[in-house]
Design a protein around this ligand. Structure first.
Ligand code: PHE
Length: 341
């Protein structure tokens, strides 16, 4: 029996020393020390031994059990160190590898131009007013002197929410004029940028959603001269001191007199070309002196106060500013396009 134990000792210690994984080690533990293990099997035969042999063999067996337990633990510790080392090697980070560039994005060209416009007006003492994109027909039309049957109210052009045509997606930023005049006493000097919506088919110059920047000035003694000076300042700051402007008579229901403002074509200097479609001029905005009926409707005394308003198309400004030939590019958000600005 002593011989058996010594053989087991040699074999088991060798096996443990060679175990190359924690799983293999556990299998060995079961194989030698488990309930049905080899050492246990030997111990079970101790009853057959003589009184004299039993304590000697018993001690030998106990020593072997301790030896094996210790060897397994030691091997397990060694294996886990090796495992950790292997993992550290595999997950090693090379801090000298150049980093991947982080794409932080850029300002959209519409935002660039809007920021410029806001800054120009801030320098002239304007503040920014906001209004809702979902608007009452009352504010979008009626209070702006578009009577009930006015063609601009047509369902063909306007996104209405309700069958009674009372709520809509605003078709212009001009309702913000009314909201400001109803809540603020003159003097007023605000701009109001925002989205507007019209039932237009998408093409190179039309989109059912676009942006306008509304402007409103109300004070004592405001004249068409103030309107011209303010808008010329805007256009020269945007397009350079030599930009040539033209104020043309026009009609808007809520301004009287009304005008449209053109900038002479930069491409051809006014001779007419592809960019200005042979006109020599590019229309930039609509404007006019706020109609007394609109002032009175907002509770402002039109005999004491006067003012002007204007509405600029932000996409049009942006396309001119960056030489963009197709409006659709502005909304597609293709980064290859946007990264050019
Ligand atoms: N709201 C007008 C439009 O969308 C533009 C405008 C604004 C005209 C203010 C005059 C005064 O066409």
């Amino acid at each position: 029996m002593k011989k058996l134990l010594l053989e087991l000792k040699d074999a088991s210690l060798a096996a443990i020393a060679q175990a190359d994984s924690v799983d293999a080690l556990e299998n060995l533990r079961v194989r030698y020390l488990g309930k049905k293990g080899e050492l246990t099997a030997i111990l079970k035969q101790m009853g057959a031994l003589s009184e004299r042999e039993r304590p000697v063999i018993g001690q030998l067996a106990n020593e072997l059990r301790e030896r094996l337990t210790g060897a397994i633990e030691a091997r397990r510790a060694a294996l886990s160190v090796k495992l950790l080392e292997a993992r550290l090697r595999a997950e090693k980070i090379d801090v000298t590898i150049p980093g991947k560039p982080v794409d932080i994005g850029k300002k959209h060209p519409l935002s660039t131009v809007l920021d410029e416009v806001e800054e120009i007006f801030a320098d002239m003492g304007f503040t920014i007013a906001e209004g809702p994109e979902i608007e009452y027909a009352d504010y979008n039309f009626t209070k702006l002197n578009h009577g009930e049957g006015h063609p601009a109210r047509d369902r063909q052009d306007t996104f209405y929410f309700t069958d009674d045509d009372k709520i809509l997606l605003r078709t212009q930023t001009s309702p913000v004029q009314v909201r400001v005049m109803e809540t603020q006493a003159p003097p007023i000097r605000v701009i109001s940028p925002g989205r507007v919506y019209r039932k237009d088919e998408v093409d190179a110059t039309h989109s059912p959603m676009f942006h306008q920047i509304e402007g409103l000035v109300i004070d004592k003694g405001i004249t068409m001269g103030d309107l011209k000076g303010t808008l010329n300042t805007l256009l020269r700051k945007l397009y350079g001191e030599r930009a040539v402007t033209r104020f043309r008579p026009h009609h808007f229901p809520f301004t009287e007199p009304s005008c449209e403002v053109d900038v002479q074509c930069f491409e051809c200097g006014g001779r007419g070309c592809r960019v200005c479609k042979g006109e020599g001029w590019i229309e930039i905005l609509g404007a006019g002196m706020v109609h007394p009926r609109v002032l009175e409707g907002c509770g402002i005394d039109s005999t004491a106060y006067s003012g002007f308003a204007f509405g600029v198309g932000l996409e049009r400004l942006t396309m001119r500013r960056f030489d963009i030939s197709d409006l659709r590019l502005i909304f597609e958000n293709d980064v290859r396009f946007l990264n050019q600005f």
